[in-house]
Design a protein around this ligand. Structure first.
Ligand code: TZP
Ligand code: MG
Length: 234
């Protein structure tokens, strides 16, 4: 069973990483307790991507944590890591599945019910639902869902006739940080009414709150603690 609860998405840009080494920052996040890592790098060439992915995979394996590659099925095949994360402009989930086979993890970014439906039908393993809150990390996002947009998607999944939809794993991305993570985890589930079964999220996906932190290990540990502590207002 994959643990999606604290999903680290990397960023290699200087604005977030500064002069630090990506692999060292990810290692600190692993020590702090992230449960899954996505290597997201929009600028490196294929050779550099494969080299960094290999280095990340090595440390992830040491911590028994899955490594997911953003966009690039070819890199997953080259290094035999655990899976791929696909956006709406990338290869389809169905094509990735036929290239990767049944045992690799395939995630899809979704921001509307229509996109959710396609990802579910094509057999994605999890959905990255976003953008929850506006964020500097990804400025050109199509849509800011906010709490209401997210609840709509969770309600749709939770009340779906198909088991694959009801049991789809979900992580929420966009603007999640130390100050809102508890709220995001515990207050955004679909309303608990008889007609709409609850569909709690399975995890939060975080870039800058961890990657830009001066102490990624301590910040990750704090996030983990908040995620496992229901707030008093629930
Ligand atoms: N997709 C939607 S928002 C986002 C991505 C990759 C970036 C989220 O970054 P942060 O720093 O956690 O807000
Ligand atoms: Mg993409």
């Amino acid at each position: 069973m994959v643990d999606y609860s604290l999903y680290l998405v990397t960023d290699s840009t200087e604005a977030i990483l500064g002069k630090r080494d990506l692999v060292q920052v990810v290692e600190q996040a692993l020590e702090g307790g992230v449960t899954i890592v996505q290597y997201r790098d929009k600028t490196s060439d294929t050779g550099a991507l494969i080299a960094t992915a290999k280095a990340l995979h090595k440390i992830c394996l040491q911590h028994k944590i899955p490594l997911i590659i953003n966009d690039r099925v070819d890199v997953v095949l080259a290094i035999d890591c655990e899976g791929v994360h696909l956006g709406q402009d990338d290869m389809s989930v169905a094509s990735a599945r036929s290239l990767l086979g049944p045992s690799k993890i395939i995630g899809a970014t979704v921001s509307s019910i229509e996109e959710v439906q396609v990802a579910v039908d094509q057999g994605a393993d999890y959905l990255g639902i976003g953008t929850l809150y506006a964020t500097q990390t990804k400025k050109n996002t199509k849509s800011i869902l906010g709490v209401n947009g997210l609840r709509e998607i969770l309600s749709w999944l939770g009340s779906h006739e198909k088991k694959e939809a009801r049991e789809m794993k979900t992580v929420v991305i966009g603007g999640v940080n130390l100050s809102n993570v508890q709220r995001v985890k515990y207050q955004l589930s679909a309303p608990r009414t008889p007609s709409v079964p609850p569909k709690p999220i399975d995890g939060v996906a975080i870039v800058s709150a961890i990657m830009a932190s001066p102490s990624p290990k301590a910040t990750t540990a704090q996030l983990k603690l908040l995620l496992t502590t229901p707030p008093p207002f629930v």
